[in-house]
Design a binder for this molecule. Structure first.
Ligand code: KG4
Ligand code: ZN
Length: 332
């Protein structure tokens, strides 16, 4: 039986969680707001902010969980993929803590953790299941055989789904990250503008054609009416969201048909999208599969998911040495 402390610092959120076995006792997320002005995450700014936030997040997480450092049994940290400078802050801190407290160190793959976030709450998916992981950096269809055995069946060949939301939002003059704002604006909109859906073979995704079609469409309409975006913002957002969801849905249904698997989980920041959640519920009725959607707080980057992934590694006694280094392009 073990208390775990988990650290996530792969992008722009500094997060620390404390777990008792697979139970989350605290999950502190400090979101960096300095990037808004730049329209995207600035790596140097992110690592400096992690540096400031990490000890605050650790103290808060321990306090909220009512756990003292000496009660801990292992330290877990995101090893990659992510921004090198950001990962470096988390990994260095984790190594320091493990060394000082004489504890084992656990390295976690950020994308595995997004998937294993489904094992935080009930109901938990049964193996094997298909996970559609959709974040700001990744879009993947993964066959999950068990917590330590997963296989990528398809992934994006260019932009990620979250990036497609964010880049479309930037063209509309929305602040970063635009995904949640587009989601909100879509509620009063009609998806009446046809943007392009990629036609690529297999289970891979592509969003570059979609991005170009939004850009050309806006340029053409703005030439005719400079107020076009203001006058049609809700409908444009609804069309952007509709097209991204359609692109994801097409490949997901293909995998389900080919593998015969009847359980689907969604993970990553874009899993917070209300349109995607609703559409998956509809499809699950129509095609008779079970769908697992994590709580919103476990969809976007958080340390609770790093902790749950580490819990499985702890049980299997998979530990790292002090030579652990962050891996920005960590293989799946
Ligand atoms: O997983 P995540 O927190 O960070 C990583 O990329 O690892 O995902 C962030 C992404 C951003 O692109 C953001 O715009 C998108 O998730 N996102 C959403 C929503 N909430 C977050 N996209 C669409 N609808 C949302 N409600
Ligand atoms: Zn993520």
């Amino acid at each position: 039986m073990a208390y775990l402390l988990a650290i996530e610092s792969s992008c722009d959120d500094t997060s620390v969680a404390i777990l008792w076995e697979d139970k989350i006792l605290s999950n502190i997320v400090i979101t960096q707001t300095d990037h808004v002005a730049y329209g995207g995450v600035v790596p140097e700014v992110a690592s400096r902010q992690h540096h400031i936030n990490i000890s605050i997040a650790i103290e808060k997480a321990l306090k909220e969980a009512r756990v003292s450092k000496k009660d801990l049994n292992a330290i877990a940290v995101t090893q990659g993929p992510g921004l090198l400078g950001s990962l470096l802050v988390g990994v260095s801190f984790a190594k320091g803590l493990a060394l000082a407290l004489g504890l084992p160190l656990i390295g976690v793959h950020h994308m595995h953790a997004h998937i294993l976030a489904h094992f935080i709450d009930d109901p938990k998916p049964e193996f094997p299941f298909i996970c559609l992981t959709v974040s700001g950096g990744h879009t993947q269809l993964v066959m999950v055989k068990d917590p330590l055995n997963m296989e990528v069946l398809g992934q994006t060949i260019d932009d990620a789904a979250g990036e497609a939301f964010d880049k479309a939002g930037k063209m509309l003059g929305l602040p970063y990250p635009a995904g949640p704002i587009i989601d909100k604006l879509t509620k009063d909109g009609d998806p009446k503008f046809p943007f392009s859906i990629a036609q690529i073979p297999g289970y891979d995704f592509s969003f570059s054609g979609f991005k170009t079609s939004v850009l050309y469409f806006l340029q053409k309409e703005l030439d005719k009416n400079p107020e076009f975006i203001n006058e049609n913002l809700h409908d444009i957002c609804a069309s952007v969201q509709h097209t991204i969801i359609k692109t994801l849905e097409k490949k997901l249904l293909k995998v389900l048909k080919d593998t015969g698997i009847k359980s689907v989980a969604i993970a990553g920041g874009v899993a917070a999208n209300s349109g995607l959640r609703k559409r998956l519920e509809e499809l699950s009725q129509k095609y008779n599969f079970k769908v697992f959607i994590p709580q919103l707080q476990y969809c976007t980057d958080n340390a609770a998911m790093i902790g749950i992934a580490a819990y499985f590694k702890y049980k299997a006694q998979i530990f790292e040495e002090q030579d652990l280094v962050p891996d920005p392009r960590m293989p799946f």
